[in-house]
Design a protein around this ligand. Structure first.
Ligand SMILES: *[C@@H]1O[C@H](CO)[C@@H](O)[C@H](O)[C@H]1NC(C)=O
Ligand SMILES: *[C@@H]1O[C@H](CO)[C@@H](O)[C@H](O)[C@H]1NC(C)=O
Length: 207
């Protein structure tokens, strides 16, 4: 009796040690399916990413702003200094872009005229323009600047003015514009956050 019991137990034990063939097969199949699905997902993601990379216009990821001088007076004549400018805004494909505040026209770091800039928000992926009239009580240029400008003109080069657009609410723009405008696209403005830290509190969030 005992022998049979032991034999039976042993037989049971050895049965337990046998790997269940069916489960082994299932495991392999599951692994196989998992591998296929993973590969398919990987290919899918890769193709989608490549497609996105191909169709995204990276040149329009960031906003681009530029200033053009449409007209100027009073630099070499005895009439009040004045500038007509156009600020062009391409908002890019990420955020709307707002301008507004005050413009200052400088030559070689010397302010020549100032003017108000109307508030304008250009929606994402759009373009807009703001006309700026900047004027000053003065006429002509300080002698040194007038000589430098005359030299630049004589050398056949463009006379570059700097246009800063300053506003508490928006970004500080620093643009370069040729005095005689029109000569092709103007360089893009440099744009940076204005931070008023005069009272020790950073107000970067006003943006
Ligand atoms: C600026 O534009 C206004 C309106 O078009 C014009 O009357 C004025 O003469 C212009 N001034 C200059 C300096 O171009
Ligand atoms: C931007 O606008 C153009 C058409 O003006 C459109 O083809 C493009 O899909 C737009 N891009 C985004 C990111 O909205």
């Amino acid at each position: 009796e005992t022998t049979t019991m032991e034999e039976k137990l042993l037989a049971d034990e050895s049965d337990k040690h046998l790997p269940p063939p069916c489960r082994l097969y299932e495991g392999t199949l599951a692994d196989f399916v998992f591998a296929i699905v993973t590969a398919a997902l990987f290919i899918d993601v890769t193709v989608l990413t490549l497609y996105d990379l191909k169709t995204t216009d990276f040149s329009r990821l960031l906003p681009e702003l530029s200033a053009v001088v449409d007209g100027a007076a009073g630099l070499d004549s005895r009439v009040p200094r004045a500038f007509n400018l156009t600020l062009s805004i391409d908002s890019g494909i990420r955020d709307e872009q707002c301008v507004g505040g005050e413009a200052v026209v400088l030559y070689r770091g010397v302010p020549l005229a100032t003017g108000a800039v109307q508030e304008l928000c250009v929606p994402v992926n759009s373009t807009g323009q703001v006309a700026i009239f900047a004027a000053s009580g003065g006429v002509g240029l300080p002698t040194e600047l007038a000589e430098q400008m005359a030299d630049e003109k004589r050398d056949g080069g463009a006379v570059w003015l700097e246009v800063r657009v300053i506003s508490v609410k928006h970004r500080l723009l620093t643009c370069t514009a040729s005095l005689h405008g029109g000569a092709g696209p103007q360089p893009p403005c440099d744009s940076r956050l204005l931070r008023d830290e005069s009272d020790g509190v950073e107000k970067a969030s006003v943006y």
